[in-house]
Design a binder for this molecule. Sequence first.
Ligand SMILES: Cc1cc2nc3c(=O)[nH]c(=O)nc-3n(C[C@H](O)[C@H](O)[C@H](O)COP(=O)(O)OP(=O)(O)OC[C@H]3O[C@@H](n4cnc5c(N)ncnc54)[C@H](O)[C@@H]3O)c2cc1C
Length: 533
Amino acid sequence: MDVGPWSGNGRTLHLCAMHRTVDIALPPREAADPALVREAAAEAAAMPLEIVKGARILKRSIDARSKQPLVRLRVELSDSAEFPAPLAAPPPLRDVSGGRPVIIVGCGPAGLFAALRLIGHGLRPIILERGKDVRARRRDLAAINREHLVDPDSNYCFGEGGAGTYSDGKLYTRSDKRGDVAAVLRTFVAFGAPPDILVDAHPHIGTNKLPHIITAMRQAIISVGGSVHFGCRVNDFLVSQGRIHGVRTAQGTEHLADSVVLATGHSARDILELLHSKGIRIEAKSFAMGVRIEHPQAVIDRIRYHSAQRDPLLPPASYSVVQQVEGRGVYSFCMCPGGIIAPCATAPGEVVTNGWSPSKRNNPFANSGIVVAVDPPAGSDRDPLAAMRWQGQVEQAAWRMGGERQCAPAQRMEDFIRRRPSSDLPACSYPPGIVPVPLDELLPAAVSLRLRGGLQAFGEKMRGYRSNEAVLVAVESRTSSPVRIPRDPGTLAHPQVQGLYPCAEGAGYAGGIVSAALDGERVADAVAVRPGP
Ligand SMILES: Cc1cc2nc3c(=O)[nH]c(=O)nc-3n(C[C@H](O)[C@H](O)[C@H](O)COP(=O)(O)OP(=O)(O)OC[C@H]3O[C@@H](n4cnc5c(N)ncnc54)[C@H](O)[C@@H]3O)c2cc1C
């Protein structure tokens, strides 16, 4: 519709089918009021308010650089109050019951998004997952938290939805060149995520909401002829004459297909060992190791929002820091405002930390990984699993120092910086509990030295961050895979094995939920263009 010429702020503008976008910044109270947002956006666009019937927020971010934090909004103005609604349900998928089968090993974000994309291509995904469905998995998480028992097939990393299900569900990524990030977010919304994730600069779903979304994805895949098999740990690849024909599971079943997507995540050490033992090439790559640091959320709010009390209309504050120390990066990773530190071991006899938060982020603690970039050890070209074993040794030492339970070694931040033992520890969200340990005795010297330098630098950048109220909880060792599984840049298949498609985080091509989902889609596209046998 052409609303014709109109004038505002002394300018005459011509509009067709009136839709204009404008950027504004408002105090939190005004940003929370739709009428005030519409008014402010109309004024910024120099449009008379009576023309503007609807205003919808396209992007939202918090700008806390000045004393008064502002909410930055990109607003679309329209002469109609109607805007297209975000997808309330997934678009119908085509029936693939008679389609060519494709095996997907691993039901994490990569496996699920690969399956949905394969269905779009008319192919029939068969997902094999070593763990349990989200509901059954919950009991095994309780056993880790309360009884210190780790099931090697069902834990915070293994099971339906992979490491993504009981993760924080932060959905931002720096890998927006690898695919259509907005389309991944829309898929999450179509399966039940809140539409706010389409708008927020730092979208976040929350651990409490993810299981329903993952279940809905599985049901959609099955409803059109795909299949999802739980309790199926793949322990062999059926390969002959440089081609894959299928896989065998620990339960003794063979599944046959000429394409196998390997999306087993960064903790499937047995898969990496299997590849190596079969002479299928893998390569060591750099990764990171460090600790989870936890502050009272109020401390981080005070630092970020420059006031004693957080405005309740502002979200619990987060931070992101990075510093070069002695030639290597020290950086924050997976910061969880209002969150909980999670026990993420995937085998008995090791302690591994990570973090999550519920959708409301209403726990009293703020935790974040603080990790040091680590290069593969010398000799990794001959032994590509050396770094993985070294990673495992530190995790096992953490278990011993924690009392041979899931209790995690911990030290107050200032005590760690000043190299003095902590005589006691503050309250901490980590459910199995923490025990005081001088972390220099646990962490490799190359890590603890740089960690100390990084923490000192972060304390200078953020006044109040360096504090004995904060506690370091070890060990944060699974930020990424220490191994890459090579693939041909054109076909995306393993250069030595036709039809074997290394995928996402475990293969070294992703580092988070969204990038894993994008890589799953990319690999599915590559499988679809592969000529049949
Ligand atoms: C507590 C926690 C919080 C996190 N928070 C965030 C966050 O907020 N945002 C973010 O982007 N990322 C987060 N992550 C990381 C994110 O979850 C991973 O990057 C992502 O899940 C990787 O996806 P993937 O599909 O490559 O692998 P995974 O999610 O690891 O899935 C691999 C799957 O393969 C299965 N598998 C392994 N071996 C076999 C086998 N032999 N046979 C059959 N199945 C097998 C596993 O059981 C698992 O289900 C978090 C991770 C954790 C643990």
